[in-house]
Design a protein around this ligand. Structure first.
Ligand code: ARG
Length: 461
């Protein structure tokens, strides 16, 4: 039997393989809410512009409301022969209300319908993701306040560089996530134009009111070019780009958690809730959640790459290639959402080992820069010379097998006569971080200031 939605000119139905490759209902059924909302707005507009009778509109809307309840209640049978969510819903509507259902598709095509549904879905998802990003930021800010004075090693090249505060390190991620939320919201702004009423590609001869459907669906305005409207997938590509950057940040943080929670570092303990054991090694507590968050960027960036490649070289307007946009996008957005949730849980539960961090912060001659700065400040030695003198001091400590704090005043004078005992007060990691009060620096006071600023921004109080 040929397809009852479009099969008028077909003698037979599709091959089973054709049906399998063509159908999208397996994954686009999750657009049912957006599809029904779009249809209700469209039918209402058709009635208000006199294209549809009020009576038909009412029976369409009540029928669609029932279909919605059926799907939500798990009482709806999706059919692969009906290809996608749009035709599954419309066909069920016809079963319920009869001929009036056939009038719903006036002045509309699946091409503008799917673009509308998908935009509405991506918009809703952005809103959820932004809330999730803010929740993670708040968890980090709360931890940063608690750890404003906790000293850890700061690294460059993953070699000890200078001591920093743990709170400062956590707030670095709050900044990144702030930009991530900004990028998602920026994508949302550009996305928010309604394709509905662009019809198949050229617009429609019916006197429709696209402004009205745009407003009903919460869009800022209708799209201005029907060809563009049905063939644009920038909105999901841009969202996936923002999602990829966010996932990249989460991956970096996850990697640090994996390193920090190792026995060799021992900076933090992840909770039992976010670790797993080994089936052979009884001592193990593996940071699986962090590892998976570290890995999720693979599929998220994969989706972005995939869609750019699908869209590349496509002639205007709609081609079925574009149906490939949904599966990877759903998977990527789901993955980011799950990663954000897992990260929020891990951060809240993470227990730092302050003692271990402090000891590690002092290792590797981490306050050497403070010595050089002292020579500049107190003895007016040019920085390049001070750097050289400090290098000699470090070499001496290395030779003696002690840290910089273990050097005596005689040791310092041996390297440079001009040094006096005041040098000792800059050698501690506490002095080092407290001194870094420049705007955006690691000093505990700065951490508290920035944490308070973020708290106000995130909670509005
Ligand atoms: N399932 C299709 C998609 O996701 C809907 C649009 C189909 N349009 C068409 N002319 N075949 O892209």
């Amino acid at each position: 039997m040929s397809n009852k939605m479009w099969g008028g000119r077909f003698a037979t139905g599709p091959d089973a393989i054709m049906e399998e490759i063509n159908a999208s209902i397996g994954f686009d059924q999750r657009l049912f809410r957006q599809d029904i909302a779009g249809s209700i707005a469209h039918a209402t507009m058709l009635a208000e512009t006199g294209i549809l009778t009020q009576e038909d509109r009412d029976s369409i809307v009540s029928g669609l409301t029932e279909v919605l309840a059926e799907i939500e209640g798990g009482r709806f049978t999706f059919s692969r022969a009906l290809e996608d969510i749009h035709m599954n819903v419309e066909s069920r509507l016809r079963e319920k209300i009869g001929d009036a259902a056939g009038r719903l598709h006036t002045a509309r095509s699946r091409n503008d319908q799917v673009a509308t549904d998908f935009k509405l879905y991506v918009r809703d998802t952005i809103d959820t993701l932004v809330v999730q990003v803010h929740t993670l930021q708040l968890a980090l800010v709360t931890k940063a306040e608690e750890e404003a004075e906790t000293i850890m090693p700061g690294f460059t090249h993953l070699q000890s560089a200078q001591p920093v505060t743990f709170g400062h390190h956590l707030l670095a991620y709050v900044e990144m996530l702030g930009r991530d939320a900004g990028r998602l919201l920026d994508a949302r702004k550009r996305l928010n134009e309604s394709p509905l009423g662009s019809a198949a590609l050229a617009g429609t001869p019916y006197p429709i009111d696209r402004q009205m459907t745009a407003e009903k669906l919460g869009f800022d305005r209708p799209t201005a070019n029907s060809l563009d409207a049905v063939s644009d997938r920038d909105f999901i590509i841009e969202t996936l780009a923002a999602a990829s950057i966010c996932a990249m940040h989460l991956s970096r943080f996850a990697e640090e958690m994996v390193i920090w929670s190792s026995a060799q570092f021992g900076f933090v303990r992840l909770s039992d809730k976010f670790t797993t054991g080994s089936s052979i090694m009884p001592q193990k507590r593996n940071p699986d959640a962090a590892e998976l968050v570290r890995a999720k960027i693979g599929r998220i960036l994969g989706a972005l790459t995939s869609l750019i490649v699908v869209m590349k070289g496509l002639p205007l307007a709609y081609s079925k290639d574009m149906q490939e946009d949904k599966e990877v996008a759903f998977d990527a957005l789901d993955s980011l959402s799950l990663s954000l949730a897992a990260m929020t849980g891990m951060v809240g539960d993470m227990a730092p080992n302050r003692e271990r961090m402090r000891i590690s912060a002092a290792a590797g001659f981490s306050t050497a820069t403070d010595i050089a700065d002292w020579l500049v400040r107190e003895l007016n030695i040019p920085f390049r010379d001070a750097h050289h003198i400090t290098g000699t001091i470090v070499a001496l400590a290395e030779q003696k097998g002690c840290g910089l704090e273990g050097l005596t005043i005689e040791d310092f004078k041996f390297v440079d006569q001009r040094i006096d005992s005041r040098i000792h007060k800059v050698l501690t990691v506490e002095a080092s971080v407290a001194a870094r009060k420049s705007y955006g620096g690691t000093a505990p006071a700065n951490v508290l200031f920035q944490a308070a600023r973020w708290k106000t921004e995130l909670t509005g109080v």
